[in-house]
Design a binder for this molecule. Structure first.
Ligand code: PLP
Length: 314
C-alpha cells in the first residue's frame, strides 16, 4: 500500500482502517447483490419463467472459472462461487491490514460454521471437527484408533490413495492387517457389495473403511446397509466421503456411519482447505443394534481394542 506522505501514526492507522472498511463494505454489497440475484433466479425457475438452460447460464455467471471451460471435474477442487471468493478477500484484507484483529474475530466463526454444517448433514455440532481436507480428517481418526497387531480392517479395491495411505502407514507401524474386499468396477448391486463385505469378516475384523463415492467409477456405496452390517457385527465403520457433501443429500443419523470425512470445496463451493469429519457420539448404538441382530449371528463382543482417541473434539 502507498502510504500518503506526511501522515502521523494515528492518521495512518485511521487511513488503513478506512481503506479496509470501505473495501469490506464494497465486497459485502457485491455479495448482497449476488444473493438477491439468486433469490430472483430461483423464483423465476420455480415459476417456470426461466427454463433449465437460461437458469444454468445465469448460475454459471456467478462463478469465477475460466469461460473457455465446461467444468466437469470436481475432483481435488470444485468451482468457487464469486460470493465465496469475495468473502475470502474481505477476511484476507483484515488479515493483511490488521493481523492482530485476526485473533479476535476469525476464531469466533468456528462455532457457527460447526453448527451450520451439523444442521446441513443432520449431526450434532459436537460431532463435527473442522479439518483442512478429507485426507487430513481420515488421518486424524485412523491414527487415533487403538488397534493392535493382528486386528483386521476391511477396505474395497476401489479406494482413493488419500484413504489407503493412512491405513497402510498404520499397518506398518502397528502390525494390523488391511484386507482388500474385491469388487468389480461394474458392481452396482447393494446385495453384492454388502455380501462381499459380510463374507470377508472374520473374528479378527475390527473396522470397515470404505469410500462413499468411488473416485474411479462414480459408484455410490450403500453406506446405510454397510453401516448396518458393521454394527450388527460389532465393528466400527469409517466413510471416505470426499465428494459427498454438496453432491448428495446427507443425513448422518440415517446413514449410521461412525466416522465420516468430507470436503465441501469440491461440490459445495466452500473455501479451499475447509473440510470436516464427523464422529458419531452414539454410545448406545452398538448395544442397541447388536440386540436387534438375529440370534446366532453375534458370536463376538464389541471390539474392546477399539476406543476413540480421548480428549476434546478438535
Ligand atoms: C474418494 C476420495 N477420497 C479422498 C480424496 C481426497 O480428498 P481431499 O483432497 O479433499 O483430501 C478424493 C479426492 O478427490 C476422493 O475422490
Amino acid at each position: 500500500m502507498n502510504m500518503p506522505s506526511g501522515l502521523s501514526r494515528r492518521d495512518f492507522a485511521k487511513y488503513l482502517f478506512a481503506g479496509s472498511a470501505l473495501s469490506a463494505a464494497a465486497l459485502d454489497e457485491l455479495n448482497a447483490g449476488i444473493g438477491q440475484k439468486i433469490t430472483a433466479l430461483n423464483q423465476k425457475y420455480l415459476d417456470d419463467e426461466a427454463p433449465d438452460g437460461v437458469y444454468w447460464e445465469e448460475i454459471r455467471k456467478l462463478y469465477e472459472f475460466d469461460d473457455r471451460f465446461i467444468m466437469m471435474n470436481n475432483g481435488t477442487l470444485g468451482p468457487m462461487p464469486k460470493s465465496v471468493f469475495n468473502t475470502l478477500m474481505k477476511y484476507f484484507r483484515v488479515q493483511v491490514s490488521n493481523p492482530f484483529d485476526s485473533y479476535n474475530f476469525l476464531p469466533s466463526f468456528r462455532e457457527s460454521v460447526r453448527t451450520k454444517l451439523a444442521a446441513f448433514v443432520n449431526a450434532s455440532p459436537d460431532e463435527i471437527a473442522l479439518t483442512s481436507n478429507t485426507t487430513e480428517g481420515l488421518n486424524f481418526v485412523i491414527n487415533g484408533l487403538d488397534l493392535k497387531a493382528g486386528d483386521e480392517v476391511l477396505m474395497s479395491n476401489l479406494e482413493h490413495p488419500g484413504h489407503v495411505g493412512p491405513w497402510r502407514l498404520k499397518e506398518k507401524r502397528t502390525g494390523i492387517s488391511i484386507k482388500e474386499v474385491p469388487l468389480s468396477p461394474a458392481t452396482r448391486a447393494v446385495d453384492e457389495i454388502v455380501g462381499a463385505f459380510a463374507a470377508a469378516i472374520t473374528p479378527k475384523t475390527r473396522v470397515i473403511s470404505i469410500s462413499h463415492t468411488v473416485f474411479i467409477t462414480g459408484l455410490i456405496m450403500p453406506l446405510k446397509e454397510l453401516s448396518q452390517l458393521a454394527h450388527d457385527k460389532g465393528l466400527l465403520i469409517l466413510a471416505d466421503s470426499a465428494h459427498g457433501i454438496g453432491m448428495l443429500d446427507l443425513d448422518m443419523k440415517a446413514l449410521g456411519i461412525d466416522v465420516f470425512a468430507s470436503s465441501p470445496y469440491k461440490w459445495l463451493g466452500a473455501p479451499t482447505g475447509m473440510a470436516f469429519s464427523t464422529s458419531a457420539r452414539r454410545p448406545s448404538t452398538r448395544s442397541t443394534r447388536r440386540s436387534s441382530a438375529p440370534a446366532g449371528k453375534r458370536t463376538r463382543r464389541p471390539p474392546s481394542s477399539i476406543r476413540r482417541a480421548s480428549g476434546p473434539t478438535p
